[in-house]
Design a protein around this ligand. Structure first.
Ligand code: COA
Ligand code: AMP
Length: 640
């Protein structure tokens, strides 16, 4: 560690071209870039413009070609099926190349989209890298989303092929992925030509003879595919994430900028060297899984770990420690909710004592704010630094972190540390005036953003500009609010939009409201996030019924819970709703979700000046009390 954090950071902000140009030299390019940063069409900045590369080559073949073919690339550990597998870089490269050849033989070409809807099995990672290898654009859809959400994504990105599995295993439940997939295709207007299904022993899927192939059938007669050189700014993947509306946003990531940023982050943020084992206990359906199960560790030449299981119940709260000790994990990255689940079942950390964790160096947390209690519990029981870091699907890698490979700073509880090199983060008011240290405001990032951040939204450049770049000209609007202290430490306090965070999973309250309003008895609905000790937040629904509905209320509530599960998916964890006569609104008709959220969370609130009828808030409070909410909040002042 030769340079101070502040020297590295200042260099990245003052001379991003030199900074990232140097980082890019560490990777393989078929043709060098013409310019490190193309600024000709803001806010559509392009990194390494004119460069030709391939992410799969850099993640796998490069290591084989450099003599590391026999080193371990991937470990699969599945306590739910009792399976453990290990693959060297050469083995994994060969498997990926063959499957890429299978895709090519079915007509998949550069720029074609491929949806991957799979549980956490090696084939999911193989499929992603195979797409990258031939320049196809993958779009992984998280398995916890139900058919309707999958159908929206099918219609948006129009995949030539969908790759799935016969089933996934959640705790001890077998989830019939193929049934969900078939229904999604039925719902979607766009129909894929081919579905490739990995048949698993726990449940065999029935195939549609005209459309479906098993994974093994797809490989018959296939020849290994070579890596296809692509433009640095060609899309590597689309990953849908929740926004304010029910229509998810297709975040588009490039090849060149993405691989440079992720490889740089492995040493500088996580302090991991090639050959070490890096484990991101997440799912490839989320950005954490894309970046830190698949791409970053392999680009750095680390061993990555694919885990099919849960922190608790598969079989006990010692699973994480067993895996760390058995596979020599140096760094673990997960969401705080996983630790809250472990802490709940093993408050004294007794399971930890059964394992040798001497090789384990650092725990990183992200996905939601790491609450100080959880951080302290982990520090006390694991005796390693516990680093909260902040990022978003849009950025693809950390915006703020305590960079362990540059110069670790002190840990401040409740903060995700300082802005990472490349990110010029500021807290501003609505007039874009920078606020003094300690004052809450909108968190924005000055453009251009560093490499690895999104290019645009899939087929929606206007929405990209409107959503992220318009409100604060020259800045990216993160939609997070918070403050920065006098040492530059960033505190993320809340979202400024209608996105909630359930067990580290980002969900749109608008999408849940859409599902609720599908119910024939529901006239109107509002969903807010309420505090949950385990999951951080869970959604709570408020329903206004149509006139003359005589269905018993408890039956309607049971039905809407099933609706959300069927439409959005179990991951929404939608378990409670309440029927009210009216929703609180402003005089112009805007639903006062923020005030409802505060009441449900027992927080004090300011009576909105524009409220149409303040009495409704009393009705809401009483209604919540009847379903067991201990509402202590009250209006503190009345706006003039
Ligand atoms: N496929 C199908 N169903 C899924 C799924 C998947 N990939 N992932 C989750 N689900 C289901 C679960 O089985 C559960 O269903 P249920 O209502 O029938 O019990 C529901 O969706 C909610 O899932 P989850 O929020 O994960 O709750 P859980 O009780 O199963 O587990 C935790 C809680 C905290 C243990 C778990 O969320 C966890 O390990 N989280 C940390 C890691 C992480 O995923 N981070 C995200 C980004 S970093
Ligand atoms: P996602 O796009 O799913 O990664 O979710 C991004 C959102 O999760 C951010 O905008 C934050 O609201 C929240 N988030 C992620 N990491 C953190 C963190 N370390 N601290 C606080 N909030 C976080």
């Amino acid at each position: 560690m030769s340079q101070s954090f502040s020297t590295v950071y200042q260099h990245s902000i003052q001379n991003p071209v030199a900074f990232w140009g140097e980082a890019a030299e560490k990777l393989h390019w078929y043709k060098k870039w013409n310019t490190v940063l193309d600024t000709s069409n803001p806010p559509f900045y392009r990194w390494f413009a004119g460069g030709m590369t391939n992410t799969c080559y850099n993640a796998l073949d490069r290591h084989v070609d450099e003599g590391r073919g026999n080193d371990l690339a991937v470990i699969f550990d599945s306590p739910v099926t009792g399976t453990k597998q290990r693959y060297t870089f050469r083995e994994f490269r060969d498997i990926v190349a063959l499957f890429a050849g299978a895709l090519q033989s079915r007509g998949v070409r550069k720029g074609d989209r491929v949806i991957i809807y799979m549980p956490m099995i090696p084939e999911a990672v193989v499929a992603m890298l195979a797409c990258a290898r031939i320049g196809a654009i993958h779009s992984v859809v998280f398995g916890g989303f139900a058919s309707h959400e999958l159908a929206i994504r099918i219609d948006d990105c129009k995949p030539k092929v969908i790759i799935s599995a016969s089933c996934g295993i959640e705790h001890s439940k077998v989830i019939d992925y193929k049934r969900l997939l078939d229904f999604a295709i039925e719902l979607a207007h766009f129909k894929p030509e081919i579905c490739i299904i990995k048949q698993r022993d726990q449940l065999k899927a029935e195939l549609n003879e005209e459309r479906d192939l098993t994974w093994n059938q797809s490989l018959l007669g296939a020849e290994p595919a070579q890596c296809v050189p692509v433009e640095s700014s060609d899309p590597l993947y689309i990953l849908y994430t929740s926004g304010t509306t029910g229509q998810p946003k297709g975040i588009v990531r490039d090849h060149g900028g993405h691989m440079v940023a992720l490889q740089w982050s492995m040493k500088n943020v996580y302090n991991v060297e090639p050959g070490e084992v890096f484990w991101a206990a997440s799912d490839v359906g989320w950005v954490v899984g894309h970046s830190y199960i698949v791409y970053a560790p392999l680009l750095q030449g680390c061993t990555t770990l694919i885990f099919e299981g849960k922190p608790v119940g598969t079989p006990d709260p010692g699973t994480f420690w067993r895996i760390i000790s058995e596979h020599n994990v140096a760094v673990l990255f997960t969401a705080p909710t996983a630790f809250r689940a472990i802490k709940k079942e093993d408050p004294n950390g007794n399971y930890i004592k059964n394992y040798d964790l001497s090789r384990f160096r650092t725990l990183f947390l992200a996905g939601e704010r790491a609450d100080p209690d959880t951080v302290k519990w982990a520090e006390r029981n694991l005796n390693v630094p516990v680093i909260d870091h902040w990022w978003q699907t849009e950025t693809g890698w950390a915006i703020a972190a305590n960079c362990q490979g540059i110069e670790p700073g002190p840990v401040k509880y409740g903060s995700s540390s300082r802005a990472v090199p490349g990110y010029n983060v500021q807290v501003v008011n609505s007039d874009l005036e920078e606020l003094p240290a300690g004052q809450m405001g909108d968190i924005v990032i000055k453009q251009p953003l560093p490499p690895g951040t999104m290019l645009t939204l899939w087929k929606a450049d206007n929405r990209f500009v409107e959503t992220y770049m318009k409100q604060f000209p020259g800045y990216y609007q993160t939609s997070d609010a918070g403050y920065i202290d006098e040492d530059g430490y960033i505190y993320i306090m809340s979202r400024t939009d209608d996105v909630i965070n359930v067990a580290g999973h980002r969900l749109s309250t608008g999408a849940i409201e859409g599902a609720l309003c599908e119910h024939p008895d529901v006239a109107e609905s509002a969903v807010v996030g309420v505090h949950d000790d385990l999951k951080g937040q869970v959604p709570l629904g408020f329903l206004v019924l149509k006139n003359n509905v005589d269905t018993p209320h408890n039956q309607i509530i049971k039905h809407v819970i099933e609706y959300v599960r069927e439409n959005i998916g179990p991951v929404a964890s939608f378990k409670s709703a309440i029927i009210v006569d009216r929703l609180p609104k402003t005089r112009s008709g805007k639903i006062l979700r923020g005030t409802m959220r505060k009441i449900a969370n027992s927080e004090e609130y300011t009576m909105p000046a524009t409220i149409d009828d303040p009495v409704i808030l009393d009705e809401i409070r009483e209604g919540l009390q009847t379903i067991g909410y201990a509402i202590k909040s009250k209006s503190i002042t009345k706006d003039a």
